[in-house]
Ligand binder design. Structure first.
Ligand code: NI
Length: 182
């Protein structure tokens, strides 16, 4: 397994849209394992392939307290949503920044396993927040897009100053304040 570099906002590569996965092979399995390792190492609760500069529609999430409930979703799609919730979101690609975002409280998700088996489930609370946040990444969206222009500008300036467009390298010490980031 290998740790992957994580792109940092406002890297333009975070704006690319990922494509449906159609090849379910050993390479995909390896990639999913690397994604999970990178997410746990950060430590974050979710990670989307776009964030590690890969354009496959694949996300991994683990919102459990014990960090033992990994879910890998390939080609995830929200087919139903209702209600509203507000959550103080963070993101591994926006290190050190947390801000409140409103999303659906309850969602129904269709996805495939890494071997291509379709499955469907319902999610609410933090798991629902996390899945919506990660699917946004696959569509080239970042949670700061939901904030005011003023806040977006401040965040952009701060991260350009701190990271200068460079990804967070796996060999760096874990970045501060990424705990619980999506
Ligand atoms: Ni994120």
């Amino acid at each position: 397994m290998a740790l992957l570099d994580i792109l940092v906002y406002p890297d333009p590569r975070l704006r690319r849209k990922a494509s449906e996965v159609s090849v379910f092979d050993e390479g995909l399995e390896q990639f999913a394992a690397d994604m999970a390792e990178t997410m746990y190492h950060a430590p974050g609760v979710g990670l989307a392939a776009v964030q590690v500069n890969d354009l496959r529609r694949l996300i991994c999430v683990d919102v459990s307290e014990n960090r033992d409930d990994l879910r890998v979703l390939v080609n995830p799609r929200i087919v139903e949503k209702d209600g509203q919730q507000e959550y103080e979101e963070g993101c591994l690609s926006v290190p050190g920044v947390y801000a409140s975002v409103t999303r659906a409280e309850h969602i129904r998700v269709q996805a495939q396993t890494i071997s291509g088996e379709p499955f469907e489930f319902e999610a609410e609370g933090l798991l629902a927040v996390c899945i919506q946040h990660e699917i946004d990444h696959l569509d080239g969206k970042v949670f700061v897009d939901y904030l005011s222009r003023l806040k977006q500008d401040r965040i952009r300036k701060r991260l350009v100053k701190e990271y200068n467009g460079q990804p967070i390298s796996a060999s760096d010490p874990a970045p501060a304040a990424s705990q619980g980031a999506l």
